[in-house]
Write a protein that binds this ligand. Sequence first.
Ligand code: MN
Length: 423
Amino acid sequence: MSKANNPQLKSWVEVKPGSDFPIQNLPFGIFRTAETNARAGVAIGEYILDLAEIASAGLFNLSLEQKVSFSHPMLNPFIDMGKSTTNAVRARISDLLNSENSELRDNAELRAKALIKQSDAEMQKPLWILNYTDFYSSKEHATNVGIMFRDPANALLPNWKHLPVGYHGRASSIVVSGTPIHRPKGQTKADDAPMPSFGPSELLDFELEMGFITGKRTKLGTSISTAEAEDYIFGMVLFNDWSARDIQKWEYVPLGPFLAKNFGSTMSPWIVTMEALEPFRIESPTQEPEVLPYLKFEGKKNFDINLEVEIIPENGKGKTVSKSNFKYMYWNMAQQLAHHTSNGCNIQVGDLYASGTISGPTPDSYGSMLEISWQGKNPITMPDGTERKFILDNDTVVMKGYCEKDGVRIGFGECSGKILPAL
Ligand code: MN
């Protein structure tokens, strides 16, 4: 275990109880302020440590090329250096922020330049995302959807327990938390309508997901084993895969999701490293029937990450509509990546792979309004008395996630998006 994960560590930067960003986390992101261009930073308490300033002050033992990566408006060049370097940078940042280390603590001039209040900064999309894949790896979610759309007796399709089902999504429309999304328009057809029609989606939904980012590339034609897979994963984010259920229902046969999914997806701005998540490993659900040899794995490959979704109406009080957990995933990230490359498909630095909607076993842990309201049959009542079957214009959907153990809370910050009326 990295010594940067030691629960005893304390920072000289104030970290309030319940903060997502103690010294044991140190997630990477891209921020800008009124004075600075977009650049790399690390979250600590309510602050951001400006890595470009730390590098130019000579506090990192890195090459010039490596130091320059912190001034880049995307994290791709930093992540591309490989885990030995990125973990070493995290360890060095941990030292610099440690309450017992005076290098930065007692350098008032540098501290004033390098420590920025998060409230004074605007978070940017942290990556140039080259490819985006969305899996469908929660058994509870796939079962619920199968019951609603197909056959309750055969909710899971025959392939589902044999391979991590997924599809290639759209990278261009992934936005960072805080970016509003316009309600999509599209073609829909009600069951009793003779012809389809075109207009704003009436069944707009969120999907509670997490995404992982690859930090190492493969050559076309080669594959990654489940044992090697985690070495290719840099870190994780929260992910809202906005979905238009009415468009989806009409268009998805036979090739799967298309315009119902690609009008916008929201990612959280801070990438939590796999190293920071190491203490939160947990067993996966039992896989029965047994999977094929290339999907078998050893050890704990799942992670215990609490997740929640809140809907906030404009000028109204919010309501938490779901509390789920990443640990419910039937297929883990190592299996997803092994399967993805099993045919020789190459992966790149800065690819994003989303989990699929993460639903738990009970209705209060379902990861979409489709399931929570059960296709609109059970609307939820908001604090202002209005009802929600799906997401209305000017609603904001906020997702949060955190791990907690031994008094340490590793959080993901927020993944938030407001739905604006259709253009
Ligand atoms: Mn999805």
